[in-house]
Design a protein around this ligand. Structure first.
Ligand code: PLP
Length: 407
């Protein structure tokens, strides 16, 4: 009798987006004349930057000619892209990252989800709450947790992000081996200061832990004092893996390109206490299970680093940030304490009541869809996330309706 991986049965069914869709569908069916504006989703709305589109077309033409056609490329990514990433995203910020420490992939979701495969199953996990659900669920699938009891998995050290700590958890007193961090944060939009990141690097060194640093939203940082990369912190090469994506930087959510940085100086240990470089393990995993991102897509990603690409992607993130500023100002004016939106495309709103109740209120009274915070973890209760990914017109209209509904 073939048996299943029973860890999957522990997964708390993620009803969040299905539940949202169900409520929105029911509402629109009952009120077909009242158009709904969706500010709940974490997907971009604006088209690809022209520099990327041009590169995509040119690379597609290369694929059409025998002389320039490409078959399988290097699994880790073409050197032209890895070199650009190393130069622009790291050397330019004073970080010492070599091109061959960068692994190009088709998305950060897969990388954040797959990275746990190279670690032992019985290690101690520390994961923020609220959180991007991939970090938790992939560890549940791998059997690193006990059952879900009252909305939390046994065996995870939850790092609470609350109004009391400004939604940036301090390092815990208890030790952990694998620590997930995400700044600028999804869902809260909070950013970590240099001092806060230094404390995490110090924690990792003291505990021989590894930090998994997700900086999918670094392109939204405008405060020059906030680090864009964990490698801006001294010593991070010995304790951190970093995930980056072109999804929110350049509108690649449907195009798919990202990368993961695994420094060669990063070590983890076998049962006998012998150190092993994680770079070699991830390289083995990546090249065994992945066959590379397509050439035209890597060319489109490389175009992000051209002078035109740089100004176009800056304009794109500026556009969403201007939406975010409008949302934060409007919600603040209505008396809700907010974080995020200044260095991130998300605004985390403390609504002071049940998050689904507030969701229903906005849907029914303003025909606006937000995301209830409870869907991101226990600490998300009492909050909603509003996303800046939409047209200016829709954002303005949504805010006018919210103000009218809550006045
Ligand atoms: N990490 C975070 C925190 C995200 O919010 C997202 C997407 O929403 C991702 C990773 C996934 O990005 P990608 O589109 O590269 O898979």
């Amino acid at each position: 009798m073939i048996r299943i991986n029973e860890n999957y049965l522990k997964l708390k069914a993620s009803y969040l987006f299905a539940d949202i869709a169900r409520r929105v569908t029911a509402y629109t069916a009952a009120h077909p004349d009242q158009p709904v504006i969706r500010l709940g989703i974490g997907d971009v709305t604006e088209p690809l930057p022209p520099a990327c589109v041009e590169a995509l077309h040119a690379a597609t033409d290369e694929m059409a000619r025998r002389a320039t056609f490409k078959g399988y490329g290097p699994e880790q990514g073409y050197a032209f892209l890895r070199d650009l990433v190393a130069q622009h995203d790291y050397a330019a910020r004073g970080c010492q990252i070599e091109a061959d420490e960068i692994f190009i992939s088709d998305g950060s979701k897969c990388d954040c989800g797959n990275i746990q495969e190279i670690f032992a199953t019985d290690l101690r996990l520390a994961i923020p709450d609220p959180v991007y659900p991939v970090y938790v669920d992939t560890n549940v699938m791998a059997g690193r947790t006990g059952p879900n009891v009252d909305g939390r998995y046994e065996g995870i050290l939850y790092l609470d992000s609350t109004a009391a700590n400004g939604y940036v958890p301090a390092v815990p007193a208890a030790p952990a081996d694998l620590v997930y961090l995400c700044f600028p944060n999804n869902p809260t939009g909070a950013v970590a200061t240099r001092a806060q990141l230094e404390a995490w690097v110090d924690y990792a060194k003291r505990n021989k832990a590894i930090l998994l640093f997700d900086s999918a939203y670094e392109a939204y940082i405008r405060n020059p004092a906030i680090p864009h990369s964990i490698y801006e912190i001294e010593g991070a090469r010995e304790v951190a893996i970093e995930f980056r994506s072109f999804s929110k930087t350049a509108g690649f959510t449907g195009t798919r390109c990202a990368y993961t940085v695994v420094p060669k100086t990063l070590m983890a240990y076998d049962a006998a206490g012998q150190a092993h470089p994680l770079h070699a393990l991830w390289n083995r995993r990546h090249t065994t299970k992945f066959n590379g991102v397509s050439y035209p897509i890597q060319k489109a990603a490389a175009a992000v680093y051209s002078p035109a690409g740089q100004s176009q992607t800056k304009a794109l993130t500026d556009f969403y940030l201007a939406n975010a500023a409008l949302i934060r100002a409007a919600m603040g004016k209505l008396g809700f304490p907010c974080v995020g939106g200044d260095n991130a495309p998300y605004i985390w709103i403390n609504v002071g009541r049940d998050s689904w109740e507030f969701f229903d209120l906005l849907l029914e009274k303003a025909q606006v869809v937000c995301t209830p915070g409870a869907g991101f973890g226990k600490c998300g209760e009492g909050h909603v996330r509003i996303s800046a990914f939409n047209s200016r017109e829709n954002v303005q209209q949504a805010l006018e309706r919210i103000a009218a509904a809550l006045r």
